[in-house]
Write a new protein. Sequence first.
Lengths: 112, 628
Amino acid sequence: MKTWVPTSEGGAAAEGSDRSEPPMDRAQPQSLVEVEAGTPFFVHEVVRPATSLDWHRRLEELGFLPGELVMVMARGQPGGDPLAVRVGQSMFALRRAEAACVIVRRIATVAP
Amino acid sequence: MSTAPIHLHPAGRLVALVGNPNCGKTALFNLLTGSRQKVANYAGVTVERKEGRLTIPDGRTVRVLDLPGAYSLQPRSPDERITADVLAGRAIGEKRPDLVVCVADATNLRRALRLVLAVQRQGLPCVVALNMADLAEARGLQIDTERLFRLLGVPVVRSVAVQRDGDAALRAALADPALWQRAQPVPAAAEAASDTRTDHERVQAMLAVLGLDALVPHGATERIDRVVLHPVAGPLLLAAILFLMFQAVFAWAEAPMGWIEAATGWAGERVGEALPDGWLRSLLVDGVIAGVGGVIAFLPQIVTLFLFILVLEQAGYLPRAAFLLDRLMGSVGLSGRSFIPLLSSHACAIPGIMATRSIGDPRDRLVTIMIAPLMTCSARLPVYALLIAAFVPERDLAGGIGLQGTVLFSLYAAGVLGAMAVAWALKHFTAAGRQVRPLMMELPQYLWPSVRGIALGLWERVLIFLRRVGGIILLLTIVLWLLASYPAPPLGATGPAIEYSLAGTLGRALAVIFEPVGFNWQISVALVPGMAAREVAISALGTVYALSATEEDAAEALTPIIAQGWSQATAFSLLAWFVFAPQCLATLAAVKRETGGWKWPLVMAGYLFALAYLAAFVTYRVALVFGG
């Protein structure tokens, strides 16, 4: 059985890491809203949104935990909202404001 | 005198099933308990409580409780609160379980085991059922249950809820008396506070030991989602599925409906022959058999509709539909989550309103409840079917798409648009409507629906419908027959008997109110019982017309009578009325139960009446202008 990618940063290099963006961009954590679909990222952290008290906790309970792999699978229309996001072995639909709480970083980047 | 609440629990040990949503927990529950299930509500809340009985191999019977699915024991919805409270032994009226079966999706252990760790901290004896074990193996996941047992300190068994004997290992484990004694150590208070991140690290470590820490792609699910969630193909597919569903409701159900109608007619004739002419024959033939038979005839359509909904639900498509429609629903202040309850309301508003329990946000839930009756329920289908058959010619528009089916589709669409308009108004003109609320909805992997699960679900719906027919509808049919038969016409009267009855009097009084929208007094009479249960309007019309006919043509179908007797404007006005019509009393009772008071059901009845009257008025006037 072919495995996808390792689950933690200690593992082997993953596919999708040979991109040609400028190095600055690669090191910079971004929110899930900004990243391209079909590329795996690591969850860097889950931040508390300005509008709500506990979305970040709920997201963590669903599996958006630091070090987990996430990938945007699809975006709803119109406006790219909501997003279908794979995290671990699960998939969730997140609205843009929710996805904005999940900060991710590229897999090739060494942890800060 | 003060009374302390005493909770009497049935004898016997209690097993609780706990698991993440979409882990196959309910399928496992069905397999364990078969049809020996009791469905009710938890005390004081509106979360569905399912309990069943299971005979374990040692011959003893235990009670099995199917707790609502939860992602964690930190409750964020009424459902999750029940699960957390029952496990902690603080749920009102519930015994603390003697044993917990943690149902873990074997294909998604990283998430399932976090919940297992949280359950373990509750200190109850527990066992882990690795459900969907067959799927995990098909994906190359070899789970060493013995090692997992040693890592967790909890016995682990395999289960396949969709196989006939897929619960054999679990049953065998439950027969072991040692399991029931094996209480988990309760951690010190400091550790008891669960921390998602710590649990996650522990789970990761365990999975690494088991060699299961690599992520396995859901190949099939991803391939299907490339089409289903595609920005163009996805909505087209959704529209096609919904259109097919409504065409099927009309086409597939036609033959069995004919059989039921024929059987009803036959029964009426036999009873008519067997009994002497008199009030009893009239009651049985014109009242009970014609009335109840006319409603049972719509059972095939209800079954067809629920068949679609259940298959889509079990296959995992419904949340995708919610995903595709979230933006649309969001534009009127709702979430994609409201889609499933609203779609269910197309079968009946009551299960739809009950399904709103899965909406965590109270405001979203209330709005969904309030607009649910605008979704065309199957009880309105008889009315639509009758009027369409009588007033819309049977003609092919193009490529097998019938004109009648298209009109039906438009009526459904009108209900949906009306609901959207109401939700939009509530979003823009209420303070709560302007807040931002989360979606965070799981899109589970696609699964083949199980025939057994569909059959059980359909059977539940059929029972609910037949109970309504047997109870409230039968009662109302008899009441209406009484109204329509008494007082008897005076000697030498020339008109039909019903004109002199209480029903005729009532109908003429109501006709004053309904005259501006084009309803005649027969319709006005039928609307009264129709408000108690919508489908009764048809059997009421049947009764009114069968009784008002001076000749013995009671067995004749209603269709030709109204096709001749009503103008097209009246028919379209009645169709428009029924798009918004004030819902049945059973729905209002359900709303009262779900919202905990009479305020919202009264608001609902009021606003729906106003909308229905307005829609019927506009339709009637416009139809008159266009020569109806």
